[in-house]
Write a new protein. Structure first.
Length: 337
């Protein structure tokens, strides 16, 4: 998949709660059955990832658990605070969720008894205990375990690799475009990664698009599996950028600079001189490529089918509509007050 398409996919995926996703087939390296999940996770030390959906100061997928007379009771109204992200915990229980057990009798169409350990892609409960005694539960499918509950040993190796590579990008150039996010140099980590993130964004002037921004500092944030960058702008002022884990996990063939750059570009894209000039001035023209439109305006709020193979791109709550032909080039556009 081309880099621009990967970035667009990450943008769209970030707007969807993981809890609303169906149970897709598990990746090849994910455990496939309850037996395999137990073998990999039971009694292992894990870290709570920031990958899953969050609301305010809480994880949505993780619930608190109380223990009474040796039984685990889930409090559906009490979610685990985000203060536990990145903290180590030990997996103490791996069990089939009650809803999964209700789906079948454990007997196949031939009348053969099937052990719950061998049911593929099971809906499971993972119960963990933190060092302070807090106990929490995650109910999920195997394909979500790797991102929500990385093994501590594997996470340490991945963190060390990122830390090593960060030094190599200091001094390199990145470039802002329409879908890039920058923040004031005074912004806190909570400002750029928490609920206030959207309101903390800087208004990037069009004239700054595709101008070189120099990486002065790079910091890895292990609890978020994210990277923060301090950038020097052409006028000598500073700004911050924040790259969440979705970008860092892009295919290894994509350069580390581009993965760490996140919503910024690691190089000026291969566009026509006219497209490059129009991106900097905010001018649309007939024949402009859809990719150049993304660089100039950011990703559309909505995309509709238009004509035979064409697309209608909606921006600014419908105040701007751009029409692309079947070759993904601008055919027309409309503005509304």
């Amino acid at each position: 998949m081309p880099l621009h398409s990967l970035r667009r996919s990450i943008f769209l995926f970030s707007a969807v709660l993981l809890a609303a996703l169906p149970a897709f087939a598990a990746p090849q390296d994910s455990p496939r059955t309850l037996r395999e999940i137990r073998q990999r996770y039971l009694n292992q030390q894990v870290l709570l990832s920031a990958e899953g959906p969050q609301y305010g100061e809480y994880f949505l997928d993780w619930k608190l658990v109380s223990v009474k007379d040796g039984r685990y009771t889930v409090n559906l109204l009490k979610h685990l605070p985000l203060t536990y992200k990145g903290k180590p915990a030990r997996v103490i229980v791996v069990q089939m969720n009650a809803l999964q057990a209700e789906r079948g009798s454990g007997v196949n169409a031939m009348g053969e008894k099937i052990s719950e350990d061998d049911i593929p892609n099971p809906y499971v409960d993972i119960i963990v205990q933190f060092e302070d005694g807090t106990t929490a539960i995650l109910t999920t499918y195997p394909n979500h375990l790797a991102e929500n509950l990385p093994l501590a040993a594997a996470a340490a190796v991945a963190s060390a690799d990122i830390e090593k590579n960060l030094a190599s990008i200091v001094g390199q150039k990145v470039y802002a475009v329409g879908f890039s996010h920058l923040y004031p140099a005074s912004a806190s980590l909570a400002d750029i990664s928490g609920p206030r993130e959207r309101s903390s964004r800087m208004n990037i002037p069009q004239a700054l698009y595709l101008e070189p921004l120099t990486i002065e500092k790079a910091r890895y944030i292990p609890e978020d599996n994210a990277v923060a960058l301090k950038l020097i702008l052409p006028d000598g002022s500073a700004a911050l950028a924040y790259t969440p884990s979705q970008y860092l996990k892009m295919a290894p063939k994509i350069s580390f600079l581009q993965r760490a750059a996140g919503t910024l570009l690691g190089a000026v894209p291969s566009l026509t001189p006219k497209e490059l000039q129009c991106i900097r001035t905010g001018t649309i023209f007939t024949g402009m490529s859809g990719e150049a439109v993304d660089y100039m305006l950011g990703f559309p709020e909505k995309t509709n089918d238009y004509g035979i193979g064409g697309k209608q791109l909606v921006y600014n709550s419908g105040k701007l509509i751009v029409y692309l032909d079947r070759s993904n080039n601008v055919e027309n556009w409309q503005t509304f007050n």
